[in-house]
Design a binder for this molecule. Sequence first.
Ligand code: DOR
Length: 452
Amino acid sequence: METTRRRLLVRGGTVVRPEGTEQADVLCVDGIIETVGPDLGATGKDGDVSGGKSTTEVMDVSGKLVFAGCIDTQVHFREPGLEHKEDLASGSLAAIAGGVTTFFEMPNTKPATTSPEALADKLARAGGRVWADHAFFVGATAENADSLGEWENLPGCAGVKIFMGSSTGSLLVDDDVTLERVLRSGTRRVPVHAEDEARLRERYARVESGSPVRIHPHVRDPEAALLATRRLLDLAEKTHRPVHVLHVSTLEEVALLRERDLKGLVTAEATPNHLFLHAPVCYERYGSLVQMNPPVRSRDHQDAIRQAVVDSVIHVVGSDHAPHTLAEKRQPYPSCPSGIPGVQTTLALLLTAVREGWLRLEDVGRITSAAHADIYGIDKKGRIEPGRDADLVIVDPTIQEPLRLEWLRSKTGFSPFVGTLTHGWPTTTILRGEVAYEAHAPSGKPRGLPAF
Ligand code: DOR
């Protein structure tokens, strides 16, 4: 019996890849990219675009940009336990609305994801409710350190996350002996929140309640970040375990990463917050709404991080989408929680950087998808090439208007980037060959599946 194949021809757009941009069509068959090339329909290469019995759906994207679906390897979606801030459904809807077709979610939920049971619970909750493909990190602790090597290979697992400095939640591994045990248990790349816990404790002890939030980058100072990142690089070299320095926030860490080029052993991430905000202006304008860990710092740090992204010293941009309610964020410093939503706005912000001239379109393709796939071994995603999942995001470069709060899908109801003039907006997100989000609305039902 003849089976009908599901064919989608994305026609007439400018395909953006790390290697460059080109006018090309993308033919997707049964959710997989089959061919990428010029005039696939017109030349008849796909055979039946205009035929009477055609099952090929044609999407005309002339004048638009076609990116690989973004991969965001650092989001906090808060379920279980903190669903008043966000949940897997709302967080993943924000993701797909912003062109993110795959997310890796962090383990500092309540309870924390520190066991196979907790991982299985998250996967079960995701089933039928999540809009994008996904995987979940297991959090490292002194208690589970020796089991992590086995657990990191469980289905749906993104790997192991380490908090060297405490942030939201109680996950923490702050001594080198336990860190070494964690790094020797397993082989997958380990993302690390690198701030030195001893230094943070000492400095927080001197903070008076009600102090202005603008002191945050001095409380969690550049030295706290540098100390931890240096210890991490030493341990990576000693154990030969690949690590990923999350949310690089200082020019000193950038200098260290440039100096100690440990090749593929060490990769790094920047967040849109550190790329597009700087102190003291951001604290004057938004107060504790822009408080995050590690903090947003002054312009010289921002410039160094931008240059490191351009030079591939920092490999990826991850949002660190970390939602809290407005009421929580408005508590006095230092009790107000740290974190900013961002999964939906990363791609749009990076397009403003292209317009400003410090980033190229192909860099955006590299840092939002291909590099994530490369460093975490997501072989079936992250590039527009035959054989990979047909995860695509269509950007309309003519949408140049202030970013609107009503476009945003996170439960948080705020973003410091509302009002930013866009230079392109993701209008259509395609997950495995089917439209998942279009014109500010979801399409169909949540279809997200585990990426591993
Ligand atoms: O600001 C932050 N918020 N940094 C983190 O590392 C955690 C995150 C959260 O989960 O709220």
